[in-house]
Ligand binder design. Structure first.
Ligand code: ATP
Ligand code: MG
Length: 259
């Protein structure tokens, strides 16, 4: 199972939108995909139409060791896409796990136990660099960083890269950055263009060629409980996420693409 964390400690940069729509595009390609909602806000769960009342077993119980990951996963309306939901109580995990020796490996261990059930696992991280995001980075082989095309885009990037380096040294030497995805790109706005150019200057070939445009359809879809790719599969946002998924697959090692 290829494990990919989607993280950026900056809030509202498009992590969840990217997680939901990439997961959908990958499932449509034939992969068995698991999306882990790893944010107490539960936005990925809501966006995939799992109402709060329907989140019986969530990632919180998995981290606590009460439920196996495979038993917490539920099918979504998207064929081949399952989700492990998140609820508000996940925010308590940061505190509750603090004293446990294996606190940073809980998610990794849970995923080990479900090896073989899915081809790809995407982890939608919360907007912080706390214990939850640490668990995701320790569990993941790859990291995708959504970066919003606005003035402060690069601020915080060095902190994130430092964290990745620390995780590599102390916990997970195989963690690598699969790519940086530019989000909310507006080609009529010169700032967007300038930011995209600056980011490409600084982090070069890590940046995916596909920039996700600012597109109202992407922001409407979650309120209907479905991925934009199903809500309106021909809108520019959906087309961009399909292109991004194609790039993502091309960056994975060859055997992964056999699905
Ligand atoms: P958080 O840090 O709170 O978890 P996030 O990084 O997961 O946020 P999203 O929830 O994906 O970010 O996006 C933030 C808001 O911007 C949401 O309302 C979403 O619908 C909207 N949005 C995301 N991407 C786009 C886009 N390309 N075009 C228009 N709106 C977008
Ligand atoms: Mg989010």
């Amino acid at each position: 199972m290829i494990r990919i964390a989607i993280a950026n400690q900056k809030g509202g940069v498009g992590k969840t939108t990217t997680a939901i729509n990439l997961a959908t595009a990958l499932a449509a390609t034939g992969f068995r995909v698991l999306l882990i909602d790893f944010d107490p806000q539960g936005n990925a769960s809501t966006g995939l139409g799992v109402a709060r009342g329907a989140r019986g077993r969530s990632i919180y119980q998995v981290l606590s060791g009460d439920v196996a990951l495979a038993d917490a996963a539920i099918a979504t309306n998207v064929p081949k896409l399952d989700i492990v939901t998140a609820t508000q109580d996940l925010s308590a995990a940061e505190v509750e796990l603090a004293a446990e020796a294996d606190r940073s490996r809980r998610l990794s261990q849970a995923l080990d136990s479900a090896e073989g059930r899915w081809d790809i696992c995407l982890i939608d991280c919360p907007p912080s660099l706390g214990l939850l995001t640490l668990n995701a980075l320790v569990a993941a082989r790859y990291l995708i960083v959504p970066l919003q095309c606005e003035f402060f885009a690069l601020e915080g990037m060095s902190q994130l890269l430092n964290t990745v380096e620390l995780v590599r040294q102390r916990f997970n030497p195989s963690l690598s950055i699969l790519g940086i995805a530019l989000t909310m790109y507006d080609r009529r706005n010169r700032l967007s263009e300038q930011v995209a150019a600056d980011v490409r200057d600084v982090v070069g070939n890590l940046v995916f060629d596909t920039a996700i445009p600012r597109n109202v359809r992407l922001s409407e879809a979650p309120s209907h409980g479905m991925p934009a790719l199903i809500y309106d599969h021909r809108c520019p946002g959906s087309e961009a996420y399909i292109a991004l998924a194609r790039e993502l697959i091309a960056r994975l090692p060859a055997p992964a693409v056999a699905a």
